[in-house]
Design a protein around this ligand. Structure first.
Ligand code: FAD
Ligand code: EPU
Length: 346
């Protein structure tokens, strides 16, 4: 374990915001995680558990202890039909995707290049290019931080939804994810439904082709956080009722729209923002990305407040034009912990 006091959070958030924390510790095991959480509780100090900080916005300095989860370990076993992977929560997700492909295990390639830790993947049920985490999840191991007791939750118990799971609700406070279990079929079926993947030939395509195509598409649209601070899609794609979607389609026949299993319609928030001509809009050091309007970037020493003012402007303009009120995907963190992001930008 390494521990730093009054340290910058800049290396620990992909927005590259220069907030500070009273204390930052990098944790390699479950016992230390629980022990530090309990000590902070006794000291009445707020605690924040982080993976790679790729889905958080620091609104100000954090007054408590930030615990960076680096619990490692990849164990692979097999049955006749499936591979079973047990992954420490602090493993890097993209390196895991690469590692499985190199080992001859397919099934994660559509989720290549998503930043963050494997243990964070279930929290918002990461998704991209036609698949979501729940499709490969067998279980999630969590620890109750006050007791050290662990629980194994089946995929069904995780209540996965679009950018949602039970870890944003009932198991958000007082619990940490310490490992995830993945199940991948040995008989590989490519998923080629999204974007340029539809151009690949299902008869000859390999997992490596899909991986390469996904990496290429992502690199052409999304800014690399190592170069330009960002947290991926800033807002969730809105899901609206079919009637309202049909009314909008009358006016905007080319509007991207994705019918959902329950009859509702998912729209592309990036397209809505783009229609308001907001690419390049700037507030202080924060800007709407020129290649992908759904991404807000830190162009020049942005503060959390710059990003909040920009998000407010984007939400207001889209709301006024379409009567659709965008909700952040990114988690907002104030001095004492998470706050309601919609309330902050409304
Ligand atoms: P963090 O940002 O560190 O944490 C996120 C939240 O989870 C915080 O509230 C934190 O307190 C909590 N948390 C973290 N670890 C634990 C734990 N072990 N136990 C309990 N709570 C914990 N997401 C997608 O779904 N699809 C994409 O295509 C995608 N593309 C992206 C592209 C870019 C360039 C970027 C920067 C982000 C993108 N994201 C995407 C968002 C992000 O990668 C995911 O949300 C990722 O899972 C976050 O992982 P993290 O380790 O960085 O989490
Ligand atoms: N579009 C525009 N203008 C823009 C951006 C997008 O017109 O500035 C249009 C595109 O042309 C396309 C549609 O909007 O028709 C959707 O765009 P894209 O394929 O880029 O996907 P997205 O809906 O913007 C979602 C996820 C991404 C994920 C991609 C690929 C959400 C909130 N975002 O983005 O996830 O990588 O699909 O599957 O669901 C993330 O969550 O951080 C993230 C990056």
């Amino acid at each position: 374990m390494s521990c730093h006091t009054h340290s910058s959070l800049q290396p620990w958030n992909t927005f590259n915001l220069n907030a500070r924390a009273a204390q930052i510790s990098v944790i390699n095991d479950r016992e230390t995680l629980c022990q530090l959480w309990q000590e902070s509780r006794v000291a009445q100090q707020p605690v924040l558990i982080l993976g790679e900080g790729s889905n958080v916005l620091f609104l100000e300095d954090f007054s408590g202890h930030v615990l960076i989860n680096r619990i490692q370990g990849i164990e692979i076993s097999e049955t006749e039909e499936n591979w079973h992977l047990h992954i420490g929560a602090g493993e890097n997700w993209h390196q895991l995707v690469e590692h499985t492909l190199k080992t001859g295990i397919a099934g994660l390639e559509n989720l290549a290049l998503i930043p963050g830790c494997a243990g964070s993947a279930p929290i918002q049920n990461i998704g991209a290019y036609g698949i979501e985490f729940n499709r490969v999840c067998e279980y999630v191991d969590i620890v109750e931080l006050s007791t050290g007791n662990t629980m194994r939750m089946s995929s069904a118990e995780c209540e996965f939804g679009y950018r949602d799971s039970i870890f944003k609700h009932r198991y958000q406070e007082g619990y940490a994810i310490v490992a995830v279990g993945l199940i991948l079929a040995k008989k590989w079926k490519p998923i080629l439904s999204y974007g340029d993947l539809t151009k690949l030939d299902p008869a000859s395509v390999t997992p490596q082709h899909v991986f390469d195509a996904v990496c290429h598409m992502r690199r052409s649209k999304l800014p690399d956080p190592k170069v330009t601070g960002n947290a991926g899609s800033f807002f969730k794609n809105p899901v609206i009722d079919a009637e309202k979607a049909q009314a909008l389609l009358q006016y905007y026949p080319s509007m991207p729209h994705y019918p959902q299993a329950d009859g509702s319609m998912k729209l592309a928030a990036g397209w809505l923002i783009d229609q308001c001509h907001l690419k390049g809009l700037r507030e202080g050091g924060a800007m709407v990305h020129q290649q992908q309007a759904l991404v807000l970037i830190n162009v020049e020493d942005a503060t959390g407040n710059d990003v909040v003012r920009l998000a407010h402007e984007v939400r207001t303009q889209v709301g006024n034009k379409f009567d659709i009120w965008l909700e952040p995907e990114v988690r907002f963190i104030c001095a004492t912990g998470e706050v309601n992001a919609v309330e902050v930008i409304a």
